[in-house]
Design a binder for this molecule. Structure first.
Ligand code: GCO
Ligand code: MN
Ligand code: MN
Length: 398
């Protein structure tokens, strides 16, 4: 596209609500087998570069910004400088989170540790991280319990793990109310890594767990593409369930192949079809409202990249999201697609199975006769539907 003749419709801008964690673009490329391949980037530099790339927000763990154990004076100086940079660049901090995994004290869990002193320290550290996030303007605090799990599973009853996790969250929602903060919690599930097995392994597990909390209203989920995919599950179905429950408070966008370690790849770089269906869901489809929260990329550049490659990666995440949104609109407007999707449902049957229990309706339902063989006969043309989607994705339609 010639920038002189026409504006690039896929160029990211503030209005798109894209955000990145300091730890994502700041990832230096270290892995379990090799050292960092890139230098550590200063958080203020990250904010400036993200703003240049068209991002709207930057998220952080407490220790991405303020080193573990920093003095109060150092903390205040670092935070003041960071706030000035944010203001200068017109960037916001929509979400903050707590690092409850790096320090060895959390080697056997934070909120779920068998040692009550570790649990107490974890809750105390989280309160400080909440204060920091709120000071920077965050409206969401994410809880990713990376160390909340086991290898030697006999070490604790999993029910104790759940009970302790619940106790911690109950204290923390109370703390937020007590402070008068305008903040919600978003719980992020992951099946494994770094622990052999992590408690509350999927978004579905989280959705149920939330209903057992004292202040369920304040708590929702932060599903991540990579995490549900690691478990071999449909991410789109998990996110849809969270939306149905009114609990999609935040989202971690990236890409992942099934059966691998947590790859945290550039959004849309694997399983384009799931990415397409996800964007279509988030943008609002079939008469359902769109997700209007932050579009956060929890991903990092390949270890092969230098800093220039990191910004290529960041722009790539955002562009792919916007391209998929445009593709999704074109797909849903395509008359050939509409013809398949807009098939008339039998109004009378619809009435019989909607609206819950009603004694009279149930009597009618029992009395009605069906012809299963006739119902089974027509082909549903899903082959055509899926091929149309493929062709939209490949850019040859719409
Ligand atoms: C991971 C997680 C983390 C969390 C982050 C915010 O697998 O490492 O996805 O990136 O999202 O710690 O809580
Ligand atoms: Mn992850
Ligand atoms: Mn994540």
């Amino acid at each position: 596209m010639d920038p002189k003749t026409s504006a690039d419709p896929f160029r990211p801008s503030r209005a798109d609500r894209f955000s990145f964690g300091l730890w994502t673009v700041g990832n230096p490329g270290r892995d379990p087998f090799g050292e960092a391949t890139r230098a550590r980037l200063d958080p203020n530099h990250i904010v400036r570069k993200l703003a240049e790339c068209g991002a709207w927000g930057v998220n952080l763990h407490d220790n991405d910004l303020v080193p573990f154990g920093a003095s109060a004076t150092d903390r205040d100086r670092i935070v003041a400088e960071f706030k000035a940079t944010l203001e200068d660049c017109g960037m916001v901090v929509p979400m903050a989170t707590t690092n409850l995994f790096t320090h060895p004290v959390f080697k056997d869990g934070a909120f779920t540790s068998n040692d009550a002193r570790v649990r107490a320290f974890a809750v105390q550290k989280t309160m400080a991280a909440i204060d920091l996030g709120v000071e920077l303007g965050a409206r969401t605090h994410v809880f990713w319990g990376g160390r909340e799990g086991t290898e030697a599973d006999a070490c604790r009853d999993p029910r104790d793990g759940l009970k302790r996790f619940r106790d911690a969250l109950n204290i923390l929602t109370g703390y937020v109310r007590d402070q008068g903060y305008d903040l919600r919690f978003a719980l992020e599930a992951k099946p494994n890594e770094p622990r052999g097995d992590i408690y509350l392994s999927t978004t579905g597990h989280m959705l149920h767990f939330i209903e057992t909390l004292d202040d369920a209203e304040m708590v929702g989920v932060n599903p991540e593409v990579a995490h549900e995919t690691m478990a071999g599950l449909s991410f789109v179905h998990g996110v849809a369930q969270a939306m149905d429950a009114g609990k999609l408070f935040h989202i971690d966008l990236n890409a992942q192949r099934i059966g691998r370690y947590d790859q945290d790849l550039r959004f849309g770089s694997e399983d384009m079809k799931q990415a397409f269906l996800l964007v279509r869901l988030l943008e609002g489809v079939n008469g359902y409202a769109a997700y209007d929260g932050p579009l956060h990329f929890d991903a990092h550049a390949y270890r092969t990249e230098d800093e220039a490659g990191v910004w290529e990666f960041a722009v790539g995440c955002m562009r792919t999201y916007k391209i998929l949104a445009a593709r999704a609109r074109a797909f849903d407007a395509d008359p050939d697609v509409r013809e398949i999707l807009d098939t008339e449902s039998d109004a009378e049957a619809e009435r019989l199975v909607s609206g819950g229990f009603d004694a009279e309706r149930v009597r009618e339902l029992r009395a009605r006769t069906f012809d299963p063989d006739a119902l089974a006969a027509p082909g549903l043309r899903y082959e055509r539907l899926d091929q149309l989607m493929t062709e939209h994705l490949l850019g040859v339609r719409g």
